[in-house]
Design a protein around this ligand. Sequence first.
Ligand code: ADP
Length: 611
Amino acid sequence: MRPSQRRTRMTPPFIPRRPRWRNLVLLAIVLVPLLWPLEQLATRYYTNELLEQNRQTLDLYVANLLGSLRRYEVLPRILGDLPALREALYAADEPRARDSANRLLKRLRHETGADVIYLMEPGGDTLAASNWDDADSFVGRNFAFRPYFRQALAGRLGRFFGLGTTSGKRGYYFASAVRDGNRIIGVVVVKIDLDHTEMLWGNTPAQLLVTDHYGVVILTSKPEWRFRATRAMDAEEREQLAFDQPYPTRETKDLTLDLTAWLIQSRELKETGWTVRILAPTTQVERPVRTVVAIGATVLVALLLWVGLLMQRRRHFVDRIAMEAKARQDLEQRVQARTQDLQALNERLKDEVLEREHAQQELVRAQDELLQAGKLSALGTMSASISHELNQPLAAIRSYADNARVLLDHQRNEDARANLQLISELTGRMASIIAHLRAFARRDRHAPERVALQPAIDDALALLAKRRQAMGVELIRDLPDATLWVQAGETRLRQVLSNLLANALDALAERPLPRRIRLSASQHEEGVTLSLHDNGPGFSAEALGRAREPFFTTKTSAQGLGLGLAICDTLIRALGGELSLGNHPDGGALVSLTLRWADQGRAFPNEDYLQ
Ligand code: ADP
């Protein structure tokens, strides 16, 4: 498979999932209901806290109230034993006895802290009282209708809550019978002021509510609740109330409490039949609960914001990764496409190189064919002159041979030998013509090789050195020291150079001294041009036009065949070089041989043709 056809499958890059806002909303929907149990927990906690706190307050108040009452509970019975009081009961008509009783009661009231202490005779009239000297003195007044009096007469400890009939103040009454043996001779009553127990209640949000056995509020921290009924009364109770008149009004209004607005705790006081209640407003719980829920909601919102922020950052991160992955994928695709293009181009280039090489080979072959065809056509055109050139010596040989036979017949051996010598020379000339024609017609298949120019020149000069020196020809060798490497054939180049030098010597032969040959080289981009300048007669006008034609010569038949320049020109063109003929402006012939530079790195095989 060709590489351009290969398909590399790109695995898609891993991109983490982008977090969705919907999940945040779901999280909020899941978390928000958690505020409800939080509220419940906080409500329970703060309710318990408040209840515990109020329970302690209630216990304290109840203990205080009971303490106040119990302090006076036994006082009437003890006072009933006092002689001064008994004296007053025995001698009720004695003003002195009553007076001393009055004074005693006043002193006792002062010492015990009671509101009023008074002594009644069994008929209900008040004989002596601690407030005997006040404007609203009890002395002389009848309280037989009061329940405590009735209870005391019945032999029990009299107890009663009610407003003072003269003072209008709330009080609690304790009454006890004074006995003489089994006979009741009087009743001692101690009244306690309860107003101050209300005062004890501070200015707190929690409210106090004390109800008596009728369910009527007798003590409270809220004045508007005072003497209101917390429950409905039956007819008997209402009748009893109308008789006892413990409250300022006969008809008590109802007290309706919003039970959701209050947290109520209560204690029963068995000995008085009272119920003490403490009412804490539920707002006391609601406020901190609201704060807790608000904090919880704030924490929740902060949490959601934080999660939202994280999600936002994560989304940005994922977006960036996706963008980078996309860019990388695009780049990979572009690189892949480009690689495929390059591979296709490479394949095309390879094909083209192959085609070129093939065409080159074809060209070389065609050139070879052409050259050969040219040579053959030249031979064709040459055939007339060849036959003429060869027929001449042949005719001469036949003539010399005939003459030699005649001379031998006449015993003229010397003349016959001279004729044979001439025949031998003529055959030598014919052999030379044929050798040159062979060289010309040979198909030369050798490619140009890398040849050093100067050594080839030196070899050609060495071949002709003897003749040159004999002729006294001066050689001016104007060549660079560095070896000039050219495309040529070792033998072919030497053959060409020898030919050109021989021509120069031939030309100089007709000249008087000084005779000179100048060799120079000029280097240029394509290659090197070797110039041979002699100071002979130079090319004649005809010779300049025809010198490359085979068998053109201006020399005698003994001196030249007219094949030298024709062969040189063919060889040099086959090497890609050029041979140009001309005359120097200063006189003499100027023959220039241009050869291409050889590739430095290439090794060339040895040449083995033109033996
Ligand atoms: P040949 O040397 O056998 O005559 P060439 O082909 O070598 O054949 O030369 C052809 C002719 O070119 C010569 O006969 C001569 O007239 C002329 N020629 C060649 N070289 C020179 C030269 N250096 N000076 C003058 N004429 C020359």
